[in-house]
Design a protein around this ligand. Structure first.
Ligand code: NAP
Length: 290
């Protein structure tokens, strides 16, 4: 369980003021009756090294952290050990700090959080045709977790406005895992969305009301799941179009929730009770709609 002598948890990134993570984790601490606090640590890049160095100090009150944009990859060099998944994806979002040794162990719960939500949605990606828009940090976790499945998808087609970014991501992941099922394509048309079982929007396009919908409604169909990693708004234009076509749809709220639950469980070294998880999700939704 969470060590008694330590009290602080938090999120390292920049900017982090919009984050809903404190809401989720402070709910769990409260429900467990633990006097712990989850805070935001907005850090500039030149402050990162000193922050991670301080975490090793026996008097440091921080017991665990989350890491977010833009440091998920940069933080790795400050850690003492990495989970097998982080060793493959080379991005970290959760750090467990050993209470006595003060060593830092990195996990990534974004990919497993996405998979956990797919399971809840009763969507099994094995043997499926997947199309992904956007080759940034979130896509890195998604591709890694899908390629590491014992029964992998049939194929993953990936498009990014910067083709070299998508090719670079694939080249990098390919050094450590089998990305043979992934193909970088030149246009949204080549994503073959009309044949896809799962379409994921892993771009920020759709967050603003003025944003266009990247995909033409003609390509969407009722035999697919359209998953938008965006959770605010809850229904992007893409999800609205997909719903109208009879597709199964989901915002990224479930992934956000599960990555948080899994992070908490790493810190606690125990599973969270279903009742507490429900409360975390309810508060997450409340925070989102404030
Ligand atoms: P990111 O690192 O900025 O990656 C997004 C990628 O999409 C970038 O390579 C970007 O290219 C590309 N892109 C932008 N516009 C595009 C377009 N029109 N067509 C194709 N590609 C385009 O962001 P991220 O961290 O991966 O996050 C992506 C989205 O997922 C964000 O909305 C984020 O909030 C969300 N997210 C949700 C969760 C969750 O738990 N639900 C977790 C992580 C992320 P440029 O760099 O050239 O703009």
């Amino acid at each position: 369980m969470i060590p008694e002598e330590t009290s602080l948890y938090g999120l390292v990134g920049y900017p982090v003021s919009h984050s809903l993570s404190p809401l989720m984790h402070n709910t769990a601490f409260k429900e467990l009756g633990l006097k712990r606090e989850y805070r935001l640590f907005p850090l500039k890049e030149n402050e990162l090294e000193a922050f991670f160095k301080d975490l090793h100090d026996p008097d440091c009150p921080v017991a665990g952290i989350n890491v977010t944009v833009p440091y998920k990859e940069k933080a790795i060099k400050y850690l003492d050990s990495l989970s097998p998944f982080v060793q493959k994806t080379m991005a970290v979002n959760t750090v467990v700090i050993h209470p006595k040794k003060r060593t830092l162990h990195g996990h990534n719960t974004d990919g497993p959080g996405f998979l956990a939500h797919l399971t809840e949605l009763k969507f099994n990606p094995s043997g499926k045709r997947v199309a992904i828009l956007g080759a940034g940090g979130a896509c890195r976790a998604l591709i890694s977790v899908l390629c590491l499945l014992p029964e992998r998808p049939h194929s993953i087609r990936l498009y990014d406005v910067q083709k070299e970014k998508a090719s670079g991501l694939l080249l990098d992941l390919g050094k450590r895992l089998d990305v043979g099922i992934v193909k970088v394509v030149d246009s949204i048309d080549e994503l073959n969305i009309e044949l896809a079982d799962l379409l994921v929007n892993a771009t920020p396009v759709g967050m603003k009301e003025t944003d266009p919908c990247l995909v033409s409604g003609d390509l969407l169909h009722q035999n697919m799941l359209v998953y938008d990693l965006i959770y605010n708004p809850a229904e992007t234009k893409l999800l609205g179009l997909a719903k109208a076509k009879g597709a199964q749809t989901s915002s990224g709220l479930g992934m956000l929730f599960y990555q948080g639950v899994l992070a908490f469980e790493h810190w606690a070294d125990a599973d969270l009770d279903e009742k507490i998880k429900k409360k975390m999700l309810a508060n997450l939704k409340k925070g989102l709609h404030k």
